[in-house]
Design a protein around this ligand. Structure first.
Ligand SMILES: Nc1nc2c(ncn2[C@@H]2O[C@H](COP(=O)(O)OP(=O)(O)OP(=O)(O)O)[C@@H](O)[C@H]2O)c(=O)[nH]1
Ligand SMILES: [Mg+2]
Length: 284
């Protein structure tokens, strides 16, 4: 069982109440109705070993609703693109390729823009790691949250039921430090896990943001891109909810690729830039 965490979400001067949003656990039944589709963006840098098990697990989820996986190969040298092109039975897999490595931020942006060029108004976009540490069955939970009224749903390690105990101590320290820093500085009620790479977005929300920012929707190249995207989307006054994430680091093939010192620097620079840059003159 999971429990949706609901708080009014305050973004600086903007306040968004939860309104009459119901918890997904009250929802039941098929998550998305009427031919709507979920697009799963998988930024992938040298994930050839992790992709086959992940795509197979996604194929199981695809049995219960329309789903397309979009693998963004970020200039990998280990055959990630070939593995994605081979695909798995029962799953539509699309490949977006960067000829050279551009970093997580640009990989997420390329995936989102490719999806937005094709997605329908009522579709859902999920972004998750391609390292197989995220449980694809949560996608149905995310869809139900969106169907119940959320615009952004974060799979969170820091709500009741969330867990990152399988991750290395330094990695957990970074996530927790970032969570404390962003909660303090951004004074955001309701978002506890700012840096989780596993989230769902309502397509119409992303489309609105993209029409304003275009190619500047994500400017960060590194891991700070997840925070940057939230900061930009806040100008659309989204309803944001969190659901518990149990990180399965034990499934990760090979060592972590995250550079901790560099990422801390990116987080700090992002906060300064956000403070200095003027908000759009109107709600998007
Ligand atoms: N490290 C890294 N990951 C990238 C890049 N481009 C795309 N990715 C993908 O981004 C996702 C997140 O990277 P991870 O290394 O899993 O980062 P993380 O989950 O924050 O940290 P760990 O799981 O501890 O490594 C993975 O699917 C990567 O394959 C890149 O340039 N560098
Ligand atoms: Mg990961």
């Amino acid at each position: 069982m999971w429990t949706a965490i609901r708080h009014p979400v305050k973004w600086g001067p903007l306040t968004v109440d939860e309104g009459d949003v119901r918890t997904a656990s009250e929802e039941g039944g098929p998550a998305l109705s009427g031919g709507k589709r979920t697009h799963v963006v998988l930024p992938a840098y040298n994930e050839a070993a992790s992709l086959p098990p992940l795509l197979s697990r996604l194929a199981e989820v695809a049995l219960t609703g329309r789903l397309t996986a979009w693998v963004v190969d970020d200039g990998s040298s280990d055959g990630t693109a070939e593995v994605a092109a081979t695909g798995v039975p029962g799953l539509e897999v699309r490949l977006v390729s960067h000829p050279v490595n551009l970093g997580l931020g640009q990989a997420v942006q390329s995936g989102l823009r490719a999806v937005l060029a094709e997605a329908g108004e009522g579709d859902v976009v999920v972004v998750m790691d391609a390292d197989d540490t995220h449980d694809p069955t949560l996608i149905r939970v995310l869809e139900r949250e969106i169907a119940a009224g959320a615009d952004v749903v974060i799979c969170s390690r820091f709500v009741a039921g969330g867990d990152d105990a399988t991750a290395p101590a330094l990695r957990r320290l970074l996530s927790r430090g970032a969570a404390v820093l962003f909660r303090r500085v951004l004074r955001v009620d309701g978002v506890r896990d700012f840096t989780s790479g596993f989230r769902a977005y309502r397509v119409s929300l992303l489309a609105r943001a993209e029409s304003h920012w275009g190619e500047r929707l994500i400017e960060e190249r590194g891991f700070a891109c997840m925070v940057e995207l939230l900061l930009k989307l806040r100008h659309c006054r989204p309803v944001v909810t969190e659901v518990p994430l149990t990180l399965r680091y034990d499934r990760k093939q090979g060592p972590s690729k995250i550079r901790i010192a560099r990422t801390v620097g990116q987080y700090l620079k992002l906060l300064v830039r956000d403070r200095l840059s003027p908000a759009p003159y109107r709600v998007l």
